[in-house]
Design a protein. Structure first.
Length: 275
């Protein structure tokens, strides 16, 4: 088994914590970031020097550069950079405040882009590595009540897919992880809902209100999902997308087929606008 060094944003809970714990258990080194200092004290006590912790809010661009630079400076080569920090903002589009909209985009999309941009010079200088973006099936399929969350996930998917071709000449592989629902603390912690408007009661957008109180079934096992992420780093070339969960596979394939069905009948009319 190859021992690696990983940089992971958002290791205090959810997928980030599960991934960090599995890696540390198997003997790898992890540089993890947290928004709340002291939130991973148990991991620090257990794993000592193999667990490096940085305090980071990914909405702070200067801090992103500082923390990423410090991790590479102190640990040397970092083999895998995992962009994981984020949260879900759900509800109908007009149920959010402007501040909620801005913060969701600043965290999930802009924060991810800035983290990748901070890591790239180091990965190029060391001759390669892996970039892993924790996205979601919400980056491939869209559902009512998820408009803002989809906006960030679809955005980061486009960024990472284009980036994969840009950095391939430098030996940097890119993988976008597409999990479905997972039994993490997402529903009770990192999921936020807009203030409900009565106009949307009983409409498709109201479906997401059932996530928090358990009315939406969740089948994904986060431990199995993160084990698959770890296994993916041994694959050459890096898989561009890693689909996790039967719900993710079904939703993604249905959405892609529907998109083709919408586009393909327009082949003849599309050509009528050519010069």
């Amino acid at each position: 088994m190859t021992t690696r060094t990983w940089f992971i944003t958002g290791v205090n809970s959810g997928f980030g914590r599960e991934l960090a714990a599995q890696l540390l258990d198997r003997g790898d080194r992890v540089a993890g970031t947290v928004r709340r200092e002291g939130s991973v004290g148990d991991l620090a006590d257990k794993y000592g020097d193999r667990f490096w912790v940085g305090h980071l809010d990914v909405t702070d661009p200067a801090r992103i550069r500082t923390v990423v630079d410090a991790a590479f400076a102190e640990l040397g080569r970092i083999d895998v950079v995992v962009v994981n920090a984020g949260y879900g903002l759900m509800g109908a589009a007009e149920e959010f405040t402007d501040e909620q909209v801005q913060h969701q985009i600043a965290t999930n999309l802009v924060g991810a882009i800035r983290t990748v941009r901070a890591a790239l010079p180091h990965l190029r200088a060391q001759g390669g590595g892996r970039l892993i973006q924790l996205s979601s099936v919400a980056g491939l399929a869209a559902f009512p009540g998820g408009s803002l969350y989809h906006a960030t996930k679809w955005g980061v998917e486009g960024f990472m897919e284009a980036l994969a071709a840009e950095v391939a000449p430098f030996g940097i592989g890119v993988t976008i992880v597409e999990p479905g629902g997972a039994r993490t603390a997402f529903a009770g912690g990192s999921l936020q809902l807009g203030a409900p408007l009565a106009a949307y009661d009983g409409t498709p957008a109201a479906f997401v209100r059932g996530i928090r109180d358990g009315r939406v079934p969740i089948v994904g096992d986060p431990a199995k999902m993160m084990a698959r992420v770890i296994e993916s780093v041994d694959l050459e070339p890096a898989p561009l997308r890693l689909v996790l969960g039967t719900d993710s596979y079904r939703a993604a394939t249905a959405a892609l087929r529907a998109r083709l069905a919408q586009v393909e009948p327009q082949e003849a009319t599309a050509s009528t606008t050519d010069a």
